[in-house]
Design a protein around this ligand. Structure first.
Ligand code: 5GP
Ligand code: MN
Length: 339
């Protein structure tokens, strides 16, 4: 048993008779958010529940290939919002997957908070909010998908895992640990991966779909950023890239196109922190990554209204690119970077 017996018993009881269930995940859903939610949806459907999956906003084109994305309800525009609200307000249970604070899903957070349904959280980020009747929250897990696999195992229902569920969960698992490269790649993550592959997930297929399907303009944008925009400071320990709206337009970038760029500077020996700043219409969205003990979660929380994990976090800024860069350079002094 990987999770508290009482929580698993409670969940087992809930799932023992058909329920109306809504699954919701975080804004700008990534591979783990989508893979976990869809895998869990298909699993619950096998148990005869009526399941809807609500995403706070549209997911990016590069994730559309994941099985079941045509079934996602998006909380955008009048019709979409009405449909989502109808599902949420009449649900018996709402699973909140891959996020742990209702503030992360903005307006949808209030709809969920006010819904009579009981909330169940499954998440691997730090500092969870207290809004769920059952909270599966554990930062040792590299992905929510890995947690869901262990929950399914604790429920003694791995026999229900088919190719589709396994592939969805594998997408979540592999994307959140950089295809088994990051320091969250634990023995358990590898064991779960092995089980999912046994059940039909195809590592090569998923890797190709996620990593090697760039549009030409996206790869050229990466090249441009690395060649012309990358700055190295702090004796070469900190690398960052600032991208303007004009550049995003020039390269005709779509949502998700900058994904993974923030990892490239680590190819330079000695880099311990990498940051990527993207100027969006009203805010600057920031991705932080670090190596080892350097804690960008605390850094993002303290300075950029964000959070995440120790080595991978995000945040935002509303003071323009120039001032944001200055603030970042000053705030760097608070990071414990060994020279
Ligand atoms: P990414 O840089 O890939 O968008 O996000 C890296 C990690 O930080 C993910 O685990 C993501 O959930 C988290 N994260 C990204 N942006 C935010 C934010 O604005 N607030 C919080 N709390 N976490 C974030
Ligand atoms: Mn995740």
């Amino acid at each position: 048993m990987k999770f508290p017996e009482a929580s698993i018993a409670q969940l087992k009881e809930i799932l023992s008779a058909p329920k109306k269930i809504v699954i919701v995940t975080h804004r700008n859903p990534d591979g783990d958010a989508l893979g976990s939610s869809l895998g869990w949806k298909f699993f619950l459907e096998k148990l005869n529940h009526e399941v809807s999956f609500v995403s706070p906003n549209a997911f990016t084109q590069n994730l559309k290939w994941i099985q079941g994305t045509e079934e996602v309800l998006v909380y955008e525009n009048e019709i979409g919002k009405k449909l989502c609200e109808a599902k949420i307000t009449t649900a018996d249970f709402i699973f909140c997957l891959d996020f742990n604070a209702l503030s992360r899903i903005e307006a949808l957070g209030d709809v969920i908070k006010n819904a009579p349904a009981k909330k169940i959280m499954v998440d691997h980020h730090q500092q969870p909010e207290d809004f769920a009747v059952i909270a599966f929250s554990n930062t040792k897990y590299c992905a929510t998908a890995e947690m869901l696999y262990d929950i399914i195992a604790d429920l003694e229902q791995t026999d229900l895992l088919d190719q589709r569920i396994s592939e969805c969960l594998y997408v979540g698992l592999a994307t959140d640990n950089g295809f088994f490269q990051f320091n969250n790649t634990t023995p358990n993550a590898l064991r779960v991966a092995a089980s999912l592959v046994e059940k039909g997930a195809k590592p090569e297929y998923v890797s190709e779909k996620v990593n090697n399907v760039f549009r030409e303009t996206r790869l050229r944008f990466f090249g441009y950023c690395l060649n012309e925009k990358l700055k190295l400071v702090n004796n070469g320990t900190v690398a960052y890239i600032l991208v303007t709206q004009a550049e995003i337009k020039k390269f005709n970038l779509q949502g998700g196109d900058s994904e993974s760029l923030v990892n490239y500077p680590f190819k330079i020996e000695g880099v311990q922190v990498s940051a990527y700043f993207s100027e969006e219409p009203d805010i600057i969205k920031i991705s932080f990554r670090s190596r080892g003990e350097v804690d960008v979660n605390t850094f993002a929380r303290a300075h950029f209204e964000g959070g995440g994990h120790r080595n991978a976090a995000g945040g935002k800024s509303k003071i323009g690119l120039e001032k944001t860069e200055k603030k970042f350079l000053e705030a760097l002094q608070t990071l414990n970077i060994k020279q």
